[in-house]
Design a protein around this ligand. Structure first.
Ligand code: DAH
Length: 347
C-alpha cells in the first residue's frame, strides 16, 4: 500500500530528516519514543483512525500501518549501522595502538624523588663506609632476648619502662624498640674486630606529637676491638657529625647518663649548628641532643660470646629524624611517613 495521505507524507518527511540527524544510541532511542512510544506520533494517528467513518478507515488504516513499518525498519537499520561503526572503531583503535607512544609533557611534570630518609641514609652510609664500617641489618620483629636481655635489661629491670614496647600476641616477640638489638646480632655472628653501622626502623608505644612518633629511625654504631676507649667514641662521633653537617668547627659534648648495655653511658650533644650564643632551636643552651652512647658493658659482651677481658667496644645510637629535621629544616616528625606528596616533592 502506498502512502498518499498528505498529513502522513509530511510526518514521513520530518521523520526521515530527523533520522538522518540522529547519530547516537540515545538520539535514536529518543526518536523511537517520539514516533513509536505510547504518546508518540503513530499512536496519535491510531487515535485519529478510530474516529474516522468506516470508508475512510479502509484507506487511511493501511497507510498508517505502512508508516509504522517504515519507521520501525528505519530505526532498526540505523541502530545496526551504529553498532557496526562503533565495533569497527574499537577494532581500529586496538590495531593502531602504539605501545611505544609517550606523552613527554606528563612525565616531565611527574618525576619521582627520593624520600628524605633515603637521602640521609645514603649520606650516613658514605661517611661510615669511608671510615671502614660495614652496613649491618637486623629484624624489626625481635625476640625479648635480642631487644632487652642480651643488652643487660632483664625482665624486671626498670630500664624497660624507658622504652614503651609493642608486644606481639606471640609471647616473647616484640617490635624492636631500638637498633641496639642489631649490635647483639652482629656480635653473636661475627668475631672482633668489628665495625658496623645499622640504620633501621624502631617502634615505641607512645603518644605522638611534632617531636615524637610511634615509629622512627635510628642509626646504631658499634666498634669492638682490643683497647677501644672513649677517645675512639669521641673522635668517631666528631668526624661523623662534622662531615654530615659540613661544619669543621662543630663540637661534641658527652654527658654522663645511663643505659644498661654500656658503662659508662653517655648522652651525645653537638654544638648548635644555627647559633653561637643560644637560639630557640637549642633552647638557649648552645647544645643539641643527638642520642646515646657509651663503652659496651662487659655483661653485654659476655652475653654475645665476646670475652670482655680481651676486647672492649664503644657504641652509639642516633635518631635519624633528628638529623634530617636539622639538616632539611623539617618541623614535624610525623611528616616523614605521612605520605604527603607536597612534603615529599621537596626532596
Ligand atoms: N638504644 C638507646 C635508645 O634507643 C640509644 C643508645 C644508647 C644506643 C647508648 C647505644 C648506646 O648504642 O651505647 O634510647
Amino acid at each position: 500500500m502506498k502512502i498518499i495521505d498528505q498529513s502522513l507524507l509530511n510526518i514521513l518527511a520530518t521523520w526521515q530528516k530527523e533520522l538522518e540527524q540522529s547519530t547516537s544510541d540515545q538520539e535514536l532511542e529518543a526518536l523511537r519514543i517520539a514516533y513509536l512510544g505510547r504518546s508518540g506520533r503513530v499512536n496519535e494517528l491510531m487515535g485519529r483512525l478510530k474516529k474516522l467513518p468506516l470508508e475512510e478507515k479502509r484507506t487511511f488504516g493501511p497507510q498508517v500501518q505502512q508508516l509504522q513499518e517504515i519507521i520501525t525498519q528505519g530505526l532498526h537499520t540505523a541502530q545496526q549501522k551504529l553498532r557496526e561503526e562503533s565495533q569497527e572503531k574499537e577494532l581500529s583503535k586496538k590495531k593502531n595502538f602504539d605501545v611505544t607512544a609517550s606523552n613527554p609533557s606528563i612525565f616531565d611534570k611527574a618525576t619521582g624523588s627520593l624520600h628524605p630518609y633515603t637521602h640521609l641514609i645514603e649520606r650516613i652510609e658514605d661517611i661510615f663506609t669511608s671510615m671502614g664500617f660495614a652496613y649491618a641489618q637486623g629484624p624489626e620483629v625481635e625476640t625479648e632476648w635480642y631487644n632487652f636481655e642480651a643488652l643487660n635489661i632483664p625482665a624486671d629491670h626498670p630500664a624497660r619502662d624507658m622504652q614503651d614496647t609493642f608486644w606481639l600476641t606471640t609471647p616473647g616477640l616484640l617490635l624492636r624498640t631500638h637498633t641496639s638489638s642489631v649490635q647483639v646480632h652482629t656480635m653473636k655472628t661475627q668475631q672482633p674486630p668489628l665495625a658496623v653501622f645499622t640504620p633501621g626502623r624502631v617502634f615505641r608505644h607512645e603518644a605522638t606529637d611534632a617531636t615524637h612518633d610511634f615509629m622512627f629511625m635510628q642509626c646504631e654504631g658499634l666498634l669492638i676491638d682490643k683497647n677501644i676507649s672513649l677517645t675512639h667514641l669521641c673522635s668517631l662521633l666528631k668526624v661523623f657529625m662534622r662531615t654530615l653537617f659540613e661544619k669543621n668547627d662543630l663540637s661534641i659534648r658527652l654527658r654522663p647518663s645511663y643505659f644498661p648495655f654500656v658503662e659508662p653511658g653517655l648522652e651525645v650533644d653537638i654544638s648548635c649548628i644555627f647559633c653561637k650564643n643560644g637560639c630557640a632551636l637549642c633552647k638557649k643552651t648552645q647544645w643539641i641532643e643527638m642520642g646515646g652512647s657509651g663503652l659496651v658493658h662487659p655483661e653485654t659482651l659476655k652475653a654475645c660470646g665476646i670475652d670482655p677481658t680481651l676486647y672492649s667496644g664503644c657504641a652509639w645510637g642516633i635518631g635519624i629524624e633528628r638529623l634530617a629535621m636539622l639538616l632539611y629544616g623539617i618541623n614535624d616528625i610525623r611528616l616523614f611517613h605521612s605520605g604527603k606528596i607536597e612534603f615529599l616533592k621537596q626532596f
